[in-house]
Design a protein around this ligand. Sequence first.
Ligand code: ADP
Ligand code: MG
Length: 252
Amino acid sequence: MSNLLEVKGVTKRFGGVIANKDVTFSVETGNITGLIGPNGAGKSTMFNMVSAVFPPTEGEIWFQGKRIDQLPSYKVAPLGISRTFQNLQVFKTMTVLENVMVGLHTKTKSGIVAAALKTKKMRQEEEDMYENALQWIDFVGLSDVVATEASNLPLGKLRLLELARALATSPSLLLLDEIAAGLNNQETLEMANLIKAIRDKGISIFVVEHDMDLVMTICDKIIVLDQGEKIAEGTPKEVQSNERVVEAYLGA
Ligand code: ADP
Ligand code: MG
């Protein structure tokens, strides 16, 4: 299995705060990899660096053999990294379909003039985008609300909408930031199945998640952070029985 993402000796400082300290790990192609740790461990900071919200203070991040840690986010996303946000980023007054389509328009180059002079090729491109959006909406199970305004959807469906939008950009690496937060047991179970189905489609997944049951069920590998440092890495079984991990979670 090859490394899709490589984080090498990454440190992030915010003034005097060290949010990540010399962290090294990799995410392999075809895997679901989990990133866990107590509050303030540095999980979100790591996600933000991988999706190029801000660069590391030290260290390197490589994606598909290309160094990405100094690139702006608009150059990283088209390489095939897509993410969902812990705080939902849907447009409330748009429909499900519009929300998924809006993420795709960054991918076409057509401006207003070009749109007025649409070539056959451009119309075909739009048609494909539309079909692609509908396909992912169907995949996450939102077909019956495709024309519903997001403001009318419950949290569970909004999380699915975020997922569909991220998937529609055709990522090879999907970052999920607490995708199950606020979901009930049934919804969490369905989300777990969906994440596994996405992995089975060949999309590699990197998740930050609080729900330990979910993490332990879906992940092939788990990386554990505590106070900015990596304290363990391994299969769910290995990590669960790791003394340092148990201590970190019990606050010992
Ligand atoms: P986690 O997601 O694991 O709960 P974070 O990555 O959010 O942890 O935070 C790690 C540490 O970095 C915390 O001490 C937090 O206060 C600090 N931190 C995170 N983002 C910023 C920021 N933008 N400015 C200053 N400190 C930050
Ligand atoms: Mg966080």
